[in-house]
Design a protein around this ligand. Structure first.
Ligand SMILES: *Cc1c(COP(=O)(O)O)cnc(C)c1O
Length: 369
């Protein structure tokens, strides 16, 4: 029979995710599948949790990968922390803030949103004002807005909430592994991420961590968590020393995440973040040299997700198609109000290498000339 998989080409993934996967991670996925309660696999799980804590800069006991992509991490946070009628504030300046509002609303929360122009950051003073008007059970924000390339002031917003009863929930899907995330120092109570952005794994797992405050909130629920699969108490029972079966862990994806974390810790997070910043600077210099304008103000740009306005007279979609077909490079287009107007160029994890920036700039120059 014909095998479709034989037709898979090597594509340089420079979009908003998934990112390029290093060979060691592919090898990890190909290792022998163990039972999900096998004693050796349990040891791998324990070490993986420890590595995740290191990268997140947290001591949180509950630090585990959720089975599912980044959005499953988002859903797991909200579904466990919200009860119907809870007051929730979502800070929105892109697609993933909008998604948070959608998820929270479906759970019967009373959702307020503070919205900011896409391509600009959340304004801390506006958040402070809102918090004086009303007390919230949860305040949620996206650290790295992948739809626009903006880095939000997560630390400063956390400072506003310190000492309060409010749960601080942060999306670190695109930030983790590309820029520093200091969960405990920044006062973050609940956080989720994803494997296919700067962790450079295929998509499939969503690292998640809950502080003691978030765990206490979970314990004080008056209603049951309305979603069985994502019920953190049940998942924690499997990932803790109790080892109670809940659902079969995606064993080989756990290997992949383990290996990906190991690679980051071996290179050293400081060096990994520097590699992201260095390649980002090189890319911006190249784009501006070609006359392109960046979307986001210099002070709030994400190194791993670069947005540039598509030059006038260039067909945005046609250029991307040409990059993919002629040069085997994938980049992303704009979303929402930015659709058709911008390019999103990812330098996530393993993708963030000088030779990739050079290859891309070379190709783009030919495509738009
Ligand atoms: C990609 C992304 C998500 C969603 O992750 P999926 O893996 O696509 O479910 C959520 N938040 C941000 C900031 C993202 O970049």
């Amino acid at each position: 029979m014909k095998n479709m998989l034989d037709g898979i080409e090597e594509v340089l993934l420079m979009g908003p995710g998934p990112s390029c996967v290093p060979p060691q991670v592919y090898e990890a996925i190909g290792k022998k599948t163990l039972g999900h309660l096998d004693p050796y696999f349990l040891k791998i799980m324990d070490e993986l949790k420890e590595h995740l804590r290191t990268l997140l800069n947290t001591k949180n006991n509950l630090t585990v990968p959720i089975s599912g992509t980044g959005s499953a991490g988002m859903e797991a946070c909200f579904v466990n922390l919200i009860e119907p009628g809870d007051k929730v504030l979502i800070l929105i300046n892109g697609v993933f803030g909008v998604r948070m509002r959608e998820v929270a609303s479906r759970l019967g929360a009373e959702v307020d949103a503070l919205e900011f122009i896409w391509g600009t950051p959340v304004v801390v003073d506006d958040v402070a004002k809102k918090l004086k008007e009303k007390t919230y059970r949860i305040v949620a924000v996206v650290h790295a807005e992948t739809s626009t390339g903006v880095c939000n002031p997560v630390e400063e917003i956390g400072a506003l909430l310190k000492g309060s009863d409010t749960i601080y929930l942060v999306d670190t899907v695109t930030s983790l592994g590309g820029i520093e995330v200091r969960m405990d120092d920044w006062g973050i109570d609940a956080l989720y991420s994803g494997t296919q952005k700067c962790l450079s794994c295929p998509p499939g797992l969503a690292p998640l961590s809950f502080s003691d405050k978030a765990m206490a909130r979970l314990g004080a629920r008056k209603t049951r968590v309305p979603n069985w699969y994502l019920d953190i108490s049940l998942i924690a029972n499997y990932w803790s020393q109790n080892r109670v079966y809940h659902h079969t862990a995606p064993v080989n994806m756990v290997y992949a995440l383990y290996q990906a974390l190991l690679l980051i810790l071996e290179e050293g997070p400081v060096q990994v973040f520097k590699r992201h910043r260095d390649t980002h600077r090189m890319l911006v210099k190249g784009l501006e040299g070609m006359g392109l304008k960046m979307v986001v103000d210099k002070t709030r740009r994400l190194p791993m997700l670069n947005t540039a306005w598509c030059p006038e007279g260039i067909d945005e979609l046609a250029a991307r198609r040409c990059l993919r077909s002629e040069y085997k490079i994938e980049i992303g287009g704009g979303l929402g109000p930015l659709a058709g107007k911008i390019w999103r160029i990812g330098l996530m994890g393993h993708t963030a290498r000088k030779e990739n920036v050079e290859r891309f700039l070379d190709a783009l120059r030919k495509v738009i000339s």
